[in-house]
Ligand binder design. Structure first.
Ligand SMILES: NC(=O)c1ccc[n+]([C@@H]2O[C@H](COP(=O)([O-])OP(=O)(O)OC[C@H]3O[C@@H](n4cnc5c(N)ncnc54)[C@H](O)[C@@H]3O)[C@@H](O)[C@H]2O)c1
Ligand SMILES: O=C(O)C(=O)C[C@@H](O)[C@H](O)[C@H](O)COP(=O)(O)O
Ligand SMILES: [Zn+2]
Length: 364
């Protein structure tokens, strides 16, 4: 793995879907026409406000290549993941006479790629789409694996579809304009990949946590590639989350509950960081996780500047919010915990007293 070469990570097709590759490197947009294929006449470039120039440049470039290209600008961050914004995109596609052979390109962070993928999944019951992630989080996680969706007032990602992209282009140059707060938020999913499957990720971050906070750090490409590999391996064998894929939800049961409680104003990665701290304490109290690995969660998350704590008095609301987690079955709450480093497992229906005790370490 190096900073210069283009790395290609393969995602196998399962459940009747096509395989595809995730490319990591620089100046990758030349790959787009090949991914678009030769049947498309129209391309819709869905991008957030923050990437207005990028979106327009891409639209103009595609128009120069002979496509009828439209740019669809959507709000930044979670404000894009709503039914209203999805409907706005459907309207734009309808007004462009967008057909089944046409292609959606989602350019942006995870919120944008989740929305763009969802729009592609639902338009005409599914059209081809390509992800061009521009945040760490979207490169290592959101754009890979075909989970697409939007939030509702009742919870995070409650409406969506499994609809894998035709390809994912991770241009590392995009990260240079990312505010540090958003860069660091993405490290939560990188650290998650380290705890559930690839501890070398943790070693690399711990070797220089300050450097890990910037795209100029010495291990940026390797951290991104290793995290993508973790995700690609999991979704290659379990696209629709019938089992193994649940491990990617480490830290998310509480994390999503916090996001909803904050009306989606917290960054996803920050909420997942608190959620992983909670999951580590839960694993420890359930007698599964050793002290050293549980403590390592605190040190590595804190070292890169991610939060560990949330409001203690919000626990009853968080418990309510967790009931709509997609891993729940009836009234049974289910949490991904670790049996040890890189040994994820599911803890079903833990004693409410144990849950509260774990939250006692997290709440402030
Ligand atoms: N589908 C999945 O498997 C999956 C996995 C993980 C996370 N997610 C979702 O991803 C979302 C979080 O993604 P995120 O952390 O990328 O946040 P985000 O998409 O909200 O982006 C953060 C902010 O950065 C801006 N931005 C994006 N790229 C930029 C760039 N290169 N330069 C400057 N600004 C830029 C965005 O417009 C936004 O304002 C959440 O909605 C989460 O649920 C989905
Ligand atoms: O891809 C997955 O599967 C994940 O769980 C990855 C998570 O990082 C991601 O936030 C995902 O969107 C959560 O899925 P959800 O099904 O809990 O909404
Ligand atoms: Zn996530």
């Amino acid at each position: 793995m190096s900073n210069e070469a283009v790395t290609r990570i393969h995602v196998a097709g399962t459940a009747g879907t096509e395989p595809y590759d995730v490319l990591v490197g620089r100046q990758l947009l030349g790959e787009l026409p090949g991914l678009i294929g030769d049947k498309a006449q129209r391309i819709a470039v869905i991008h957030p406000e923050a990437l207005a120039e990028t979106g327009e440049a891409l639209r103009a470039d595609l128009a120069g290549q002979g496509y009828e290209a439209v740019a669809i600008q959507v709000p930044n961050a979670e404000e894009a993941k709503t039914a209203e914004v999805a409907a706005y995109c459907w309207k734009a596609l309808g007004q462009s006479n967008f057909t089944r052979t046409d292609v959606v390109v989602g350019v942006g962070g995870g919120a944008t790629t989740d929305l763009a993928g969802f729009v592609a999944a639902t338009w005409l019951r599914g059209v081809r789409w390509i992800a061009v992630p521009t945040t760490v989080l979207a490169m290592v996680d959101a754009a890979v694996g075909g989970k697409t969706g939007i939030n509702t007032a009742e919870g995070k990602n409650l409406v969506g579809a499994f609809h894998p992209p035709a390809g994912v282009l991770c241009d590392l140059a995009a990260l240079d304009s990312l505010p540090v707060h958003d860069y660091v938020s993405g490290l939560a999913e990188v650290i998650k990949a380290g705890f559930i499957a690839d501890p070398v990720i943790l070693d690399l971050i711990e070797s220089d946590p300050e450097a890990a906070r910037t795209p100029a750090g010495p291990h940026t490409a390797e951290l991104i590639e290793r995290s993508i590999k973790v995700k690609a391996d999991v979704v290659s064998s379990d696209l629709k989350e019938s089992g193994l894929r649940e491990i990617l939800n480490y830290g998310h049961t509480l994390g999503h509950a916090i996001e909803k409680n904050e009306r989606y104003k917290w960054r996803h990665g920050a909420a997942v960081a608190v959620g992983m701290h909670f999951a580590a304490e839960l694993g420890r109290l359930a007698g599964r996780l050793d002290d050293a690995t549980a403590d390592r969660h605190r040190t590595v998350l804190q070292a890169v500047g991610l939060p560990l704590h949330y409001r203690y008095d919000q626990w009853p609301k968080l418990v309510e919010n967790m009931k709509v987690d997609k891993k729940s079955r009836g009234n049974l709450l289910r949490f991904v915990v670790l049996d040890g480093l890189a040994r994820p497992t599911v803890l079903e229906g833990p004693d409410p007293a144990v849950l509260l005790a774990a939250y006692g370490e997290v709440g402030q």
